[in-house]
Design a protein around this ligand. Structure first.
Ligand code: 6R9
Length: 645
């Protein structure tokens, strides 16, 4: 199939969708000509205590200041809970929880969720948590994770979720950076039939986190865990001691809602800060438009709440829209490769949103596990996290969705708060492998290395030329780093760090990161983070890490390691280094290949030439390009000869 093969808009969807090709065009035009009017109207989709009169006040130059709805007042938890109770939907299921074990599930109604949130919100207030305080959440995929987020929002505390797969070191550095006051965790998590020792990890992390005053612990698996007197409190006991209602804090639209750490090309992960009003409008707007969400539908996003996708498309977006959102504790291949489709049938899922890495892993197992289940309830299917190759796209479309369900390939980032580029099922024809067109109000552009705008069908660096409500506001505690990272490469433009191609129809094809960030199974990682973990090992002198093509994960982690003088390379040491990186960062950073490098290719000024290392890792050694600027071209010969197969 050629790049340009269009998959037409489904007539059945076009005739019933809220947004059609015509209405989309009108929205795009109005968002451009009258942004204040457009977003003033869209802001009505969430509940305000005081409706905003000032709408957009943003600047991408100078000190970079992004404010939306700045005189509005609201509480995010009210949009997600209270107003649904007031509308008589208290008995509707808000969250369907599906356990790792296929025999465990539960349902929580909006009224029940409201009560749980209020109790934990009160419990945190009783522990001294106030508006603006940071709360760290280190929980597995259980209902309490959503409760924790909304309870923070209720009292105006800023949550910072750390993915349950991260190591104690990764957890402690995130807690320290934002000086969290309390930690919400569980005894253990479950994943793929195994237990994750969250409380043990948390105890280890907290040895170096003086800001943490208390730990609320969910009894999840019932494991016997140590409880530190005076510090640790059982979640269920704290909840039971509190009233079932809690007055929501009145928040300004620009008060912070959450911090989420994400990897960049340099240094430690950055605390991406999102605020309340703009983020909530964006979460609700994009969830409804992109998934063509209709009241009463069952919606399932397979992400983890530890990532931004879980924030916006498991919790805030769907709950703001009054949807029934499914939360899945498990993994796609446990107990077998049919699990996703078994869950789809069991809960009659209408909208399904997952990652290319999962699609590729399932595709490898063939059609059998898919065909064992009906999947008739599915109506729209999404993809997120990395470029989806046309082959995987077509398999998803033909085999899973039986050519009935439009595929929405959604491009966005932690920084963008929600989806920016995606087809809308009733309005935009799809092309396998393309994220297609920007959402109304989003203005992408491609620029060359000098920042010159490129027109027409072309390829370049993806930038966004003007603000949208869901945009991040700053790097927590480091506004200069925010400006430096996103607005200095191409002054006056938001630089995404991605490259993209635009075709004759104006469709965007994201080609991947153009910086030193790699995307392993949809998880973002800075090569610098893995390098600093490696050089922290006593036997390692120097390390350079690059991405390499990986059939399932999209990219794998390829490490070049130079040992200290006198240290002998060995397979045992390779294993030790792999285990070391897993311990330092977490299992998602497990190196796929380690190559012993007597030396690294460097320029005469000492810069590692990663371009060459990427080519060797990708086994494109015939395309090394110019190596004449190297201080010692001989190291390249050695690296090529000893490439890890
Ligand atoms: C939501 C999320 C962001 C990076 C982004 C890009 C890649 C995400 C994509 C995609 C191609 C898509 N990415 N969605 N690339 N097509 N549909 O994943 O956020 O973890 O911050 O990662 O992921 O490279 O820059 P985050």
């Amino acid at each position: 199939m050629s790049d340009d093969a269009l998959i037409a808009i489904k007539p059945s969807i076009a005739s019933t969708a809220k947004v059609t090709a015509e209405t989309r065009a009108a929205m795009v035009a109005r968002a451009k000509s009258d942004p204040d009017g457009f977003w003033r109207d869209e802001a009505k989709r969430i509940a305000w205590m005081k409706a905003p009169t000032k709408i957009k006040n943003t600047s991408f130059t100078g000190d970079v200041s992004i404010k939306w709805f700045e005189d509005g007042e609201l509480n995010a938890s009210v949009s997600c809970l209270d107003r649904h109770l007031e509308a008589g939907r208290g008995n509707q299921v808000a969250i369907i929880w599906e356990g790792d074990d296929p025999n465990s599930d539960s349902k929580v109604t909006y009224a029940e969720l409201h009560e749980q949130v209020c109790r934990i919100a009160n419990a945190m207030r009783a522990l001294g948590v106030k508006k603006g305080d940071r709360v760290c959440i280190y929980l597995p995929m259980i209902v309490e994770a959503a409760v924790a987020m909304l309870a923070c929002a209720r009292i105006g505390a800023v949550h910072s979720i750390v993915f349950g797969g991260f190591s104690p070191d990764s957890l402690s550095s995130r807690i320290q950076d934002s000086e969290c006051k309390i930690l919400l965790t569980a005894d253990e998590g479950r994943r793929g039939g195994r237990k994750v020792p969250l409380k043990v990890n948390a105890d280890e992390a907290l040895k170096v986190c003086p800001s943490i005053e208390h730990v609320l612990v969910v009894r999840n698996t019932g494991a016997d865990v140590a409880m530190q007197a005076g510090r640790d409190i059982w979640w269920h006991e704290a909840a039971a001691a509190q009233p079932a209602t809690c007055a929501p804090e009145r928040m300004n639209a620009e008060d912070p809602l959450f911090i989420l750490y994400t990897s960049g090309s340099t240094g430690k992960p950055k605390g991406v800060l999102h605020t309340t009003g703009g983020y909530m409008v964006w979460a609700s707007f994009t969830h409804e438009l992109v998934f063509d969400y209709r009241p009463g539908e069952i919606y399932w996003c397979t992400a983890d709440v530890g990532w931004v996708t879980g924030h916006t498309y498991i919790v805030y977006g769907p709950l703001a829209n009054g949807a029934t959102t499914l939360m899945f504790e498990g993994v796609p291949n446990y107990p077998d490769f049919g699990r996703m489709w078994q869950v789809v049938d069991k809960h009659q899922v209408n909208i399904f949103y997952t990652a290319p890495t999962a699609i590729r892993a399932l595709m490898r197992e063939g059609e059998g596990p898919v065909k064992k289940h009906s999947r008739k309830s599915l109506r729209v299917m999404g993809s997120v996290g990395e470029p989806i190759n046309p082959e995987a796209w077509l398999w998803y479309y033909r085999v899973v969705g039986e050519e009935r369900c439009p595929i929405v390939d959604t491009w966005w980032q932690t920084e963008t708060g929600g989806i920016l580029i995606s087809p809308l099922p009733g309005a935009v024809a799809q092309k396998p492998g393309s994220a297609t067109l920007p959402l109304p109000g989003v203005q992408p552009a491609l620029v060359d290395g000098e920042g010159k705008f490129l027109e027409g069908a072309t390829e370049g660096n993806l930038v966004i030329t003007d603000s949208w409500p869901g945009q991040m506001r700053t790097v927590y505690g480091d506004h200069p780093r925010f400006i430096q990272t996103y607005f200095s490469t191409f002054p006056g433009l938001y630089f995404t760090g991605d490259g993209a191609r635009r075709d004759e129809d104006g469709y965007y094809w994201i080609t991947g990161r153009v910086d030193d960030v790699i995307n392993v199974a949809g998880h973002r990682m800075g090569t610098a983070e893995v390098e600093s973990a490696l050089v922290a090992h006593p036997k390692v002198a120097e390390a350079a890490v690059v991405g390499m093509p990986h059939e399932l994960k999209g990219q794998g982690i390829y490490c070049y390691v130079t040992l200290n003088a006198g240290e002998e390379p060995s397979d045992a040491l390779k294993k030790e280094l792999v285990a070391w990186v897993r311990k330092e960062i977490g299992p998602i950073a497990t190196p796929d290949a380690i190559q012993w490098a007597p030396g690294l290719p460097k320029t005469r000024s000492g810069k590692i030439m990663r371009r060459i290392l990427r080519k060797i890792a990708a086994n494109e050694t015939d395309q090394l390009g110019d190596t004449s600027t190297l201080a010692d071209p001989a190291v390249v010969t050695d690296l090529v000869e000893n490439r890890v197969q």
